[in-house]
Design a protein around this ligand. Structure first.
Ligand code: PLP
Length: 383
């Protein structure tokens, strides 16, 4: 049995290697056919109109919020139980972050808390809402969109954990990126369901948002109209606004495209392994992931809750199992502490943080490794 066992691990196949090396011998290295194919494949899979690939999930968040817009003095509501880039995307666009507490059952942003904040504020206080389908649990997009519309807010999904997650809402099966939110962000970091090494994507059904993100990712380089070109010269490029170089290379996109081919298989394996944990850990004095009715979880993470988290973490590490904690709440990080946030303001998030542990889950986790994790957790609680 291979040790140590990390909490997550990417998979690279021979096909992945061949797909990448093919790009290196074929010509276009940056915005070639692989980027376009990858964008089209992911957007089609989600049911969204446009996919715009960028250099990371963080870059995708930065540009998505930029495209959706924050007026001076406006705030954006999001969760503190997330990766830092969800929240800093707002700061990078001149907005203020308002953290709402989580639902203690799903560990996701609590819609009741967000509604209360919207109700209590003057209209126009909030530009938008960023939800996170935490760990891979897809939120009810219909309910969130309705709430956003009621208060004239945009709705952005950080779906970095939720590629392939679904939920039954009414007589519809919904998924991230299907256009119910104004924009959706995916990350293709090696910890995620599919990887491009580094990379991300904005999926949107809005032509305006897609065009803004596409221009901003490439320094706003734009060819003027054919008519203008004839007058100005064929070389002419126009830059209407300050942008960024957030492009994804064709090399990265080829890897993503190859990984994408086996996404369903990856999801199936993760769900089977999660189900095995559900069965084998059921008797222990820990809280297992609770999956609402109609939700097909994407299991980016498998998180258990225990009041003995610190001891269990140390014990598992002593047995060469490397669990992780997701996340140290954002409002307790120096970057937000400096903006006035402090302990005691988000009690459900803080209680969750004190008890959560992400145990190993990835597609190549072997059955003897899985069993060793289960046996080790059992040993801890029966010792
Ligand atoms: C991974 C992740 C991101 C983006 O990460 P990058 O490393 O920039 O690709 C954003 N939000 C969440 C919730 C994530 O897990």
């Amino acid at each position: 049995m291979d040790l140590p066992i990390p909490y997550t691990k990417h998979t690279i196949t021979q096909e992945d290697i061949e797909a990448v090396t093919r790009v290196l011998t074929e010509g276009a290295l940056s915005q070639g056919p692989q980027v376009a194919a990858f964008e089209a494949a992911v957007a089609a899979y989600c049911g969204g109109k446009h996919g715009v690939a960028v250099a990371s999930g963080s870059a995708a968040l930065h540009l998505a919020v930029r495209a959706l817009g924050i007026k001076p003095g406006q705030k954006v509501i999001t969760t503190a139980n997330t990766f830092i880039a969800t929240a800093t995307s707002v700061l990078h666009n001149g907005g203020e972050v308002e953290f709402a507490d989580i639902d203690p059952d799903t560990f996701c942003i609590d819609i009741g808390q967000v509604r209360a904040k919207l109700q209590q504020a003057k209209r126009g206080t909030y530009a938008g809402i960023i939800i996170v389908h935490f760990a891979g649990l897809l939120l009810d997009l219909a309910a969130w969109r309705q709430l956003a519309d009621e208060y004239s807010c945009w709705l952005l999904e950080d779906a970095s954990h939720a590629l392939g997650a679904t939920r039954i809402v009414g007589d519809q099966i919904i998924c991230a990126g299907n256009g119910m939110a104004h924009a959706t962000v995916f990350s293709f970091h090696p910890t995620k369901h599919i990887t491009t090494g580094e990379g991300g994507m904005v999926v949107t059904s809005s032509d305006v948002v897609a065009q803004k993100v596409r221009l901003a990712r490439s320094n706003y380089l734009q060819k003027p109209s054919l008519e203008a070109l004839q007058q100005l010269g064929g070389w002419y490029l126009e830059m209407a606004e300050p942008g960024f170089n957030y492009r994804l290379s064709d090399i990265n996109a080829a890897l993503g495209m190859s990984q994408f081919q086996r996404l369903e298989k990856t999801l199936e394996t993760l769900r089977q392994l999660a189900e095995l944990y559900d069965e084998q850990l059921r008797e222990l004095p820990i809280q297992l992931p609770s999956v609402p009715k109609g939700v097909k979880h994407a299991y980016h993470l498998y998180i258990i809750r225990t009041t003995q988290r610190r001891q269990l973490y140390d014990y598992l590490r002593s047995r060469q199992i490397l669990p992780q904690v997701h996340y140290v709440p954002m409002h307790l990080q120096p970057v937000f502490h400096a903006l006035g946030w402090k302990a005691g303001q988000l009690t459900a998030t803080e209680n969750y943080y004190n008890q959560c542990l992400s145990i190993p889950l990835y597609p190549t986790l072997q059955s003897n490794q899985h069993q060793y994790v289960v046996d080790s957790i059992k040993a801890f609680f029966t010792a």
